[in-house]
Design a protein around this ligand. Sequence first.
Ligand SMILES: [Zn+2]
Length: 210
Amino acid sequence: MPKVKLIEESGNEVTLQLDGIDRSYANAVRRFCISEVPSMAIDDVVILENSSVLYDEILAHRLGMVPIKTDLERYILPEKCDCGSPLGCHKCRVLLVLDASAQDKIKTVYSGDLVSEDRDIRPISETIPLIKLAPGQAVKLEAYARLGRGKEHAKWQPCSVASLTDGKTGDSFVLKVESAGSLPAREIVVKAVQILEEKLKEIQVSVGEK
Ligand SMILES: [Zn+2]
């Protein structure tokens, strides 16, 4: 009988002991934590004004790497949304606006300056530096965050670490997951198991049809 025991949970980390589970299954859970569990990241940026020294592309890339708080209950993956719009709708994307300018001295623009239309979906930290503006320079943009998966791009990886080590017996493993901040570590593991179960069920159904 498979058993899961919580060994430690603190901050962004969770450590679980998995007993009576096949190594390949335990490793699939670990891999799904990294590549299949969706999280939010900025994906599209419409630059309205940029007189800073940074190229638009670099600024957009930097915005993409900012971890965004994620709510998997309220948002769905764009490919699963019925809106069919490339810009998305309120179920599959969140708009964040940045409007910053430097007056008489150099100004650093931080992740906290991004104003989200959904107060629950915003950068996990307000102090990530995005850009430095010299007096007279300004940046104005619209950034669209959406759910994606780590297998598409690293910016959607919900965890920074997911490791599997051998436990005390042959069918015992220790799974350690460290969240990048967008989702609680425990939720990443629960979701990974859920997605894995769904995929296994799909295989069962398609094999049964043959
Ligand atoms: Zn949609």
